[in-house]
Structures are given as C-alpha cells and as structure tokens.
Design a protein around this ligand. Structure first.
Ligand SMILES: [Zn+2]
Length: 337
C-alpha cells in the first residue's frame, strides 16, 4: 500500500493544472492507471492482482468505498469554480477583461465561437455541464434569489421555478423584443396578460397567448422586495456557496449509503489507515487468503491448507475466527485488555 503516498503526491502535483485546464481523457486514464498500479503495490513494469474494482475504490467512504478521487470528476469540480466565480465576481478585473474580450448576453459571458481560446471554450463547456454524464449539473445547482429584481435577468436567470423562463417558454422568448430585461422593470410595468410589459415581434397565436396566461399565473404569485439585493444561491451548499467537495460528491455519488456505524468503526480516527484498509478488504473478503488465491488461479487447490498448520482450508473466516492457531489470539486479546 505504499502506493498511497504516490497517489496523494500525484494528485497534489496536478492540482494546479487541474484547477485551470480540463485534462484530456487520455491523460486522465494514464494518471488513473498509475494510481491503480501503485495502489496494489506494483510498479511501472510489474502488475499485481487488483483485488477490488476501481469504481468501488473511488466510491465515497460512506458508500462503502475508499474515497480515492476520480480524476475526471475532480477536475470538473475544480473547473466549476470558475463558472461560479463568473456569476458572483462580476466586478473583478478578470471578469471585466473576459467581458471585453467575449461580450456578455443575459448576464453571461458569451462563448464567441471560433475566436475564443481553448481555455475559454473548455470553461464554457463546463458551464453547460458537459463531461460527467449527470445532465446540466451547473445550471441545475444554481438559482437566483430575487429581492428587488434589479439585477436579475427575467428570461435568462433561474429565478421562478426550476428552469430559466427562456427554456420554459422558448417561443415567447423567441418573440419578445427585449430579451435582456430585468425582473424589476417587468414587475414595475405590472405582469398582467394584456399589460404593457409584453412587447412581441408579431401578434401572438392563441396557443402562444395561452403560454403568456400560464406565465402570468406564476408571476402573480411572486412578490418583489424593495431594498433587498438579488443573490446567487448554490443549491448544494446554500450557506457557504460553491464548494469543490460538494460538487464532486454530487457528480460521483451513487446514492447507496452504507451502514453508518460500520463506516465510523472502520475509519475511526484512532485506527491507523493501513489497518482500516485491511478491515475494509476483510469485510469484502478481498484479502489474499489461500482460498481467494486458489479462486484467482494463483495457487493450486491442493495448496489451500491453512498457513497455521491445521488441516482446514484457509479462508478469511477460518483465519480470523475459527483457526486453532490464530483464532485463539482473540481470547488472549480479551484477557489482556
Ligand atoms: Zn488454521
């Protein structure tokens, strides 16, 4: 398990790179393959048996894994921070530089097609949630908390319901004259079905009018609050805002939570981590006991007898509980404590 030190070193060394750039798939799989080799005690040239699949090793501890970071997902979580900062640091110099370079639409920096740098294209892709097969993870986890509505885009921001109104009513968005209007301006003009607030490029069809009516029902339940500033909320951590840890967990979680007390016992802070890993493997019956080695074709079945010299075959249960030689260690331990 000396591979541990290696794994952490590699992650830390690449942290700076991963927080700026999206690593190509080839690089990610190379890094992971180095992890795997060293994790099982092998080296560059010799491969050891992989006792547990990499997926399980990378699952969080509370889901029964070892919590080793998945490089791709971790990379994405680090890059997501840029997308969050683009929303909350609009006064910063770096944002203003990007705004001059690429322009802004509906409060979002534009992607700007072919003229943009590779770095910028990647960040835009991350903002669209591309990469880990969990849908649009960025947009789904942000929402605008509207106070007076002066700084919230009516069509672009997610402020009423779960999706921006431009996605909920794409036809209306297409037909509206002022796509960049703010919630406060719309509210001031009064959002009734025939109100002045709606300016369309042409007369609406009956079904389009129906959409306006539906939208007005939603709007009429909404109250603006004077002198309260609009804010962004990161739904995975509404109090502290964006965190790499929360997003990483969101992307990688399988939702299969293990028995909490068992997890706490195995990963107790007073137990050295190499012992915890041993217990973790024991609970999954993934230790190199002779029965497991026979099962994997490393030993012949004729050589499966217990290492303690008894006639029984060597399995984890035998070795740790029933063996005449090693099983008695438990009673010695009980007497000495
Ligand atoms: Zn034995």
């Amino acid at each position: 398990m000396c591979g541990w030190v290696w794994c952490f070193w590699l992650i830390n060394e690449s942290l700076y790179f991963l927080s700026f750039f999206k690593a190509p798939a080839g690089i990610i799989s190379s890094i992971e393959s180095i992890f795997k080799k060293f994790f099982w005690g092998g080296g560059e040239d010799n491969r050891k048996l992989a006792w547990i699949n990499w997926e399980s090793i990378c699952s969080p501890k509370e889901e029964g894994g070892l919590g080793v970071r998945r490089v791709g997902a971790f990379n994405l979580s680090l890059l997501g921070k840029w997308c969050w900062r683009m929303l909350v640091e609009k006064e910063s110099l770096w944002y203003r530089v990007l705004k001059t370079q690429y322009g802004e639409e509906g409060g979002r920096l534009c992607e700007c097609g072919r003229q943009s740098s590779m770095w910028w294209k990647t960040i835009c892709k991350v903002r669209e949630g591309v990469g880990e097969g969990v849908g649009n993870w960025f947009e789904e986890n942000i929402c605008r908390v509207v106070g007076d509505g002066r700084d919230t885009y009516f069509w672009y921001d997610t402020w009423l319901g779960d999706v921006p109104l431009r996605l909920k009513y794409p036809r209306l968005f297409d037909l509206t004259m002022d796509k960049e209007c703010k919630v406060a301006d719309m509210g001031r003009m009064g959002w009734t079905v025939d109100g002045q607030v709606w300016e369309w490029r042409r007369r609406l069809f009956a079904w389009e009018n129906e959409c306006v009516r539906e939208c007005c029902v939603l709007l009429n339940n909404f109250v603006l609050q004077a002198n309260v500033t609009d804010k962004w909320r990161w739904l995975l951590d509404p109090v502290n805002g964006y965190s790499v840890k929360a997003l990483y967990r969101y992307i990688t979680s399988t939702g299969h939570i293990s028995d909490r007390s068992l997890v706490d016992d195995v990963w107790h802070k007073l137990i050295p981590s190499k012992v915890s890993v041993l217990v973790w493997r024991l609970l999954r019956n993934r230790l190199p006991t002779k029965d497991n080695l026979v099962h994997r074709g490393v030993l012949l079945s004729t050589n499966a007898a217990c290492v303690g010299g008894c006639v029984d075959s060597e399995s984890a249960t035998h070795l740790f509980l029933h063996c005449n030689v090693f099983g008695s260690l438990w009673s010695l331990l009980r007497h000495s404590s």
